[in-house]
Design a protein around this ligand. Structure first.
Ligand SMILES: CC(C)(COP(=O)(O)OP(=O)(O)OC[C@H]1O[C@@H](n2cnc3c(N)ncnc32)[C@H](O)[C@@H]1OP(=O)(O)O)[C@@H](O)C(=O)NCCC(=O)NCCS
Length: 331
């Protein structure tokens, strides 16, 4: 089948609706029972620029204007990640095996190479057609992930008691949105604590964290209409952030929250701070946001420590995904 692949520069309400239809139909087919994103979530995803990254979009329509496929390519703008691109292609189930996916992949690959990228990465469901599709096109699997779900009415009793327990030398802090000025620099340093997270053979580049960057991320979340909550462990010796965990509450009143980053700085590990801060986040969400009934997170399969913390909190495996990577020759 010959399809026209045109870039989408300023998505209209109609484009966003069509994009949402393709995504929802693919999700219902590929992962039956999984709730689809709302149209508002898709609008935010397509129209709110990320922190130091931009997105190129393509929407393929059929002869009658129906949605056939979507593709997006995220290009990073910070110096340590300019060589990276993240892609995602979704073909409507009624239009598969007709060459559209291949056509879009060629488009993404070309656009990424033209932008000077050396690596193109994409996440697919383990064992899905996407794996076969990528494997025959020189992509290699670089990281295996498990997505986990925590039902908030099934948090173990032991975990609900943890926030009340003292951790000598540390205290808990909480903020919503942008980090308070007094903690901004040490929070940025703590984010560097994510750097030794296992990422397999995946090219993740390098991010230089500073106070302005952490503020920027909080502003992007707010622009999407979502709420960013952070719990931190503060070292009483010098008032610095020793570890933190972030949770994002949805914009559209849905009941699913998304775990963002969690890290404990190397010098503060071994004091069970990770479990403490995450248990305190659960307590707050259950008390202050009763409409939230579950949390989702993803975990690299070889990140044993994070997996152990998440399992203790009551998270259970939901599905598995694989990050695939293609090495490009930049133009
Ligand atoms: C993966 C996906 C994009 C493929 O789209 P598509 O339009 O069907 O792809 P094509 O028609 O170009 O297929 C090209 C080749 O991929 C492989 N392939 C695609 N679907 C396959 C399947 N279900 N089983 C085995 N191989 C498959 C085949 O080699 C196929 O060539 P063939 O039809 O000549 O045998 C589509 O199934 C999809 O949207 N899946 C969900 C999202 C996803 O996994 N995206 C991939 C990450 S970017």
């Amino acid at each position: 089948m010959s399809v026209d692949v045109n870039p989408l520069t300023a998505p209209s309400a109609h484009d966003i609706r069509t994009w949402h239809q393709v995504r929802s139909a693919a999700l219902a087919y590929d992962r039956p029972g999984e709730p689809a994103p709302s149209e508002a979530e898709v609008r935010a995803e397509l129209t709110v620029p990320g922190a130091r990254s931009r997105k190129l979009l393509w929407l393929v329509r059929g002869a009658r204007g129906e949605g056939v496929a979507t593709a997006s390519l995220r290009l990073f703008e910070d110096p340590g990640r300019r060589h990276l691109a993240e892609g995602l292609i979704t073909v409507h189930p009624a239009h598969r095996r007709l060459g559209t996916g291949s056509r879009l992949l060629a488009t993404l690959t070309e656009a990424a190479a033209a932008a000077g990228c050396r690596s193109l990465v994409t996440e697919v469901a383990a064992g899905s057609p996407g794996e076969g599709f990528l494997a025959t096109r020189d992509f290699v699997p670089v990281l295996r992930l498990t997505w986990l779900r925590l039902a908030l009415d099934q948090v173990p009793d032991r975990i609900t008691k943890l926030p009340g327990e003292a951790h000598p030398g540390y205290r808990l802090a909480f903020w919503e949105g942008v980090v308070p000025d007094g903690l901004a620099d040490s929070f940025a340093r703590a984010r560097q604590g994510m750097d030794d997270m296992p990422t397999g053979g995946m090219d993740v580049g390098e991010v230089a964290w500073d106070a302005e960057r952490v503020r920027e991320i909080a502003r992007v979340v707010a622009r999407r209409g979502e709420r960013l909550l952070t719990v931190a462990a503060i070292a009483e010796a010098d008032g610095s952030v020793a570890g933190f965990t972030e949770l994002v509450l949805p914009a559209d009143g849905s009941s699913r929250a998304q775990q963002y980053d969690t890290a404990v700085l190397a010098g503060h590990r071994g004091h069970a701070l990770g479990l403490w801060i995450k248990a305190d986040m659960l307590r707050r969400v259950r008390e202050d946001f009763p409409g939230i009934t579950e949390i989702r997170t993803d975990n690299a399969d070889d990140n044993r420590h994070m997996l152990a913390v998440n399992t203790a909190l009551g998270f259970r495996p939901l599905r598995r995904t694989v990050e695939y990577q293609l090495t490009l020759r930049p133009r």
